[in-house]
Design a protein around this ligand. Sequence first.
Ligand code: ATR
Length: 480
Amino acid sequence: MLCLSLTGSNCEISLSQYEKHKEVIQLVELRIDYLDSIHVDEINNLLKSISLPVIATYRRKRDGGLYEGPEKARLQVLKDMLDLDFTYVDIEDDIKRLDLEDKARGRSIKIIRSLHDMEKVPKDLFLRIMKLHKKGDIAKIAVMPRSLEDVMMIFKVNKELKDIPDKVIIGMGEFGIPTRILYKKTGSLFTFCSPEGEEAASGHLTPEIMHDLYHADRVNENTKVFGIIGNPVMHTSSPKIHNPAFYQLGLNSVYVPFLVDDVRAFFQLADLLSIQGFSVTVPFKQQVLPYLGKISREVKLIGSCNTVFQSNRVWKGVNTDFYGFLKPIQEELDSQRIRTALVLGAGGAARSIVWALRNYYCRVVIVNRTAEKAKNLAGMTGSSWRPVEELGSIHDIDIVVQTTSGGMSPYEDVDPSLGYEFTGKEIAYDLVYKPKNTRFLTRAEKAGCRQICGMDMLIAQGVLQFESFTGFLYPQKKES
Ligand code: ATR
């Protein structure tokens, strides 16, 4: 079940949040601590307008809520709420108020016994859940993972506490996001989400992202898990490439972003969750190599891998950046209309691109802000290099490839090609995909060049990844 936390400052706003998202949720939590003032009549009317079960939650600041007043007043409000038609009431683990519990039980309102640790994942997580379980109908624990090891501990809970079906275990913050999306793999009854821009807790996604993108409520024990590892990782567009395609083909699979601090820990988590394959982004494209049983020719050549998947029980690494980059210019390469290339940048991305072009026997000249790096990459790949100051004297180029982060948000004002004079005959290829119209591409457009933006490559490499992951061709978009 997807549970929407209502975070309105009054009942009217909370009702509109419910109305907006009601089609994709199954449960609602009224966050009483978000209300500016508490009017029992208004809350009563709100409950009458909601046709789903509702949890009454009045959260203290120290547990991640907004309430800072005296405890006695808070508990009195909670007790008053038990006269209304709530289905659940959230009572924190440390509250010893039998009158509250008896009243809830007398009104058949189920008790969620909750425990929050905003700092860490307690070492005795299992024990704490056992204790919570003994006190309430549902045990709920929300903890703050600080590493992937912590995330693993949360997923392990389900294996060890299978005989406690009524539980909710949540990892907060960015590390915890997989535990929210894969809540069923933690053995949780439900997962929380918030309206856009109104995050009730760190790491809440919107109900639409949970439902339409991840189909979190469809995950079951047979669901195959795929993902992307990176640091940072939440900005990635890759879930939007893979999840809709799984859905369109009717595959019981989900693709999840994993914030990773330690590649070794991720491979352990991959075993625990039987992860079938994953994309690799900055800064792990080289760090994954020692864990791979098989690598493709281009991974060996470039020394960097962006796609890992299970192949005959070993992890195989391929590099779809290499082919994804080539895809939009394949015809020109095959017909040898591209023979000379100027590559701007000499980092990890440039490395794949220079090798891909050299593989088609292109003559490549590399220009980079730090000349030493251009020189090294040129030496490694049999290319040439020139200092930035000499961009103006580079001629007879068939394609200019911009591989640096210059032009990417928040560096929109940067154009690493400045000094180079476009003739209009070159293809201008920018790896940046946000924003779409970089200064580099705008200048090339003015000169009359054909332009290729980073989104084309991103999609092309993602499509190839999908095919490596699943063995299926990436589905064509349905005609609308
Ligand atoms: P990636 O894996 O995305 O290529 P990287 O390995 O860190 O990332 O490489 C970043 C590249 O972008 C480098 O070539 C870097 O130039 P330096 O070697 O001089 O650092 C280049 N780059 C980053 N910001 C830039 C800017 N503002 N102007 C020009 N080049 C820039």
